[in-house]
Each structure stands twice: as structure tokens, then as C-alpha cells.
Design a binder for this molecule. Sequence first.
Ligand SMILES: C[S@@+](CC[C@H](N)C(=O)[O-])C[C@H]1O[C@@H](n2cnc3c(N)ncnc32)[C@H](O)[C@@H]1O
Length: 404
Amino acid sequence: MAANSLEDIFGKLRRHPDVEAPNLQAWDATDKLLLEAAAGRVGPDSRLAVIGDRYGALTLGALAFLGVQRVRVHEDLITGERALRNNATVLGLAGFGQLPLGERLLSGAGTVLLQLPRTLAELEEIAEAVALYAAPDVVLIAGGRVKHMSLGMNAVLERHFRTVQPQLARQKSRLIIASSPKKAAPDAASDTATEETGAQSSGPAAGHAPMAHPAVGHPAVEHLAELDLDVAAHGAVFAGTKLDIGTRFLLTFLPEMPAARHAVDLGCGTGVLAAMYARQNPGSRVTATDRSAAAVASAEATARANGLADRISALQDDAMSTLPAASVDLVLLNPPFHLGASVHAGAGLKLFEAAARVLAPGGQLWTVFNRHLQYLPALERRVGPTTVRGNNPKFTVAVSTRRA
Ligand SMILES: C[S@@+](CC[C@H](N)C(=O)[O-])C[C@H]1O[C@@H](n2cnc3c(N)ncnc32)[C@H](O)[C@@H]1O
């Protein structure tokens, strides 16, 4: 291995296939702080698990500098899983297994490193899994950027651990160390982890929709009266069990959308668009796809809860990379506005390009976006002729027709 310091490793990390730009980094000061905190605690035989690694900084840093021989790692985003594998190859590092959040990731783990998630609901699901499955003497070292942390995080951790100790902030990051898990009785439902494969394993195959999370009380399911729809949401999913206001506006155009042989809910989150479209169009096959394992598991559960599982298939993938070109007649999209903690248009543009690739000539992309975003020229250029179908005070709905 060519690297001889953490900085060497971090300097070689790339985010690819996630969006790359000069202001978007593949690691942050929290990764460094977490690894330094773990340094005194782990050795070659330690059972180390990593959760929330963004692009491999924690996993590869642990393999190179903590002396551990094996790391089990869970990342919710398939882009992160792929980036970790790419970065491992470039750095010549092996010895990790990529697993869904659950028993096989955590059983017997003595140390867990966690990049704190953005929402308390996601933290709840993670903390619960660690408390339930890790060793009784596990130490959970959680870290985040101070500006994204809240006291609510301590409260969530205190529900699952007897000892929770926030540390002093360093370089705008802070650690919280939790130990003495409160073990809850496991639910009868089991963790349906995918196979761990070999020394430098590949993650769940693209095209798979892993049930990413332990089944204890997750996903949450709520009835949305305004749509007469049951919505299922794991902690990490956009909007939780609520209806996003952009999605609500896009749904008012449902009666105008064509009946497709194959429609895609791109960036499906909980799968509200897929479910509503499938219900309205009984002759259509619908793919609900997202890069987040939690989203895909939620969309699958939403389809099941509404008796639509036979017509909606869920797919974890990055921007439909595994769907053939020109294979789809309709794409529904409420594009992401954020990439992790940063606001970046690149995430939406990447999905417009993906829609252009998978749509058959004459196929349509229906998208909703904030009125202030200058997306119309981008849609016109990337997909084809684009018309505005409606505006409300906040949002625009546009239809782009794939040019032949
Ligand atoms: C604004 S949310 C919309 C969620 C859902 N369709 C709804 O309306 O509630 C955007 C979604 O796009 C997903 N996403 C972002 N980048 C993606 C990518 N490269 N490939 C697939 N999904 C992506 C996010 O995980 C998120 O679930």
C-alpha cells in the first residue's frame, strides 16, 4: 500500500460514482476524529463495525491504521458502497464486508464507529440495532459536524445505552461515546441480511432490494388520509411517512399522465409516486428505484401495504444504471436538492441525464421542482422538448419528451 498516513489515504479518496465537484469532499474531519478515538481501543482481533461511512474513509482508514484485519460496514447509499470498493481497489486495501444494518453486521461487535446520520429517526434505528445485536460491552463511537448535531441525538442514544458521554468539540466536529446497551427483546421478524462475500466483498448486487434494517418496529407505517394510502418509512428516508409538498403538487397531474407499459419512480423515497401511479394505471408495471437501501425497503413495504406488490418492483441502484437504455415509457421524478449536507444542483442534473438514457423515444419525464431552480433549459437540452404543465406559488411541474 502506497499510503503512509491518514492524510495520504484521505487524499486519494474519490466520491465517484457520486457527484464530484471541487466543493464536495470524500471525507471530513469527523472521519479523522473517529479513527483517532478508536486507535487506543482496537487491535488485530477486534470486532469492528462501521456505520454511515460515506466513501470509505472510515473503513479504509481502519484497515490501514488501526491494525484491524476485518471490518464490517454498512452504508445506506449504493453510491457510497461502490465508492468504497473503487477506493479500496485504488489503495490496494482488502478485508471488509458490506452488509445491511442488522444482526450480521453487528453480532459480537466490540467497537462501532458511526458517522451520525442527518435525522433522529435514522439514528434511532441505528442505535436500536447496535444495542440489540452488538456485544454487551460494545462501545459506540458516534461523530458528526457540530453544526449538524443536536441535543436530540443524546436523547436518542440514551434510550438505547445506559452511558452516553458527549466529548469536547474539535475542528468543528464532536464525538459522543455510548456504552452499556439496553437490550430490547428482538421481534419475531428476522434480519434478512444479504450474504457477506469474501475478503473484499462486493455489496448487495445492484438490482437487489435488500431489507436493510432490523425489523424491530421498523419501518413505521402511517395512513395518509389525503391519498388514502399507507406509507412505510425507515428512519433514513426522505420525508418519513409524510407527503412532501412537491410530491403533492406532482400528484395533482396524475390523471394527465399517460398509461405506460413500464413506468419508473426515480428517487422513489417511500414510493408514494410509484404506489399512486400503479393504483391509477392497473395495466402498468412500475419500478421504484433509489440509491438508498432504506428508501428501497420502504417503497417495497409501501407497495405491499397497499396491495400493489405484484406490479411494483423495488430496485436499489444509482440513477437507474442497471436499466437498459430506451426501455421505459414514463419517468416520475421529484429530484434531490441536497447531496448529504450540501445544496448542489448536480444531483438533479444527474437524474435528468439518467432519465434521458432509459426513456424510449417519445417517452415522458414528469418532474417537479422549486420555481427558483433554472431546470427548464437543462431538461430541454438533456431530455428533449419541455413544457410547463403547472405552477403553484412554490413549485413547477414540467414534462419533457424524449427526442428520437
Ligand atoms: C426529493 S426526494 C423524493 C423522494 C420521493 N420520490 C418522494 O416524492 O417523497 C429525492 C430522492 O432521490 C434519491 N436519489 C438521490 N440521488 C439519487 C441517485 N443518484 N440515484 C437514485 N436515487 C437518488 C434520494 O435518495 C431521495 O430519496
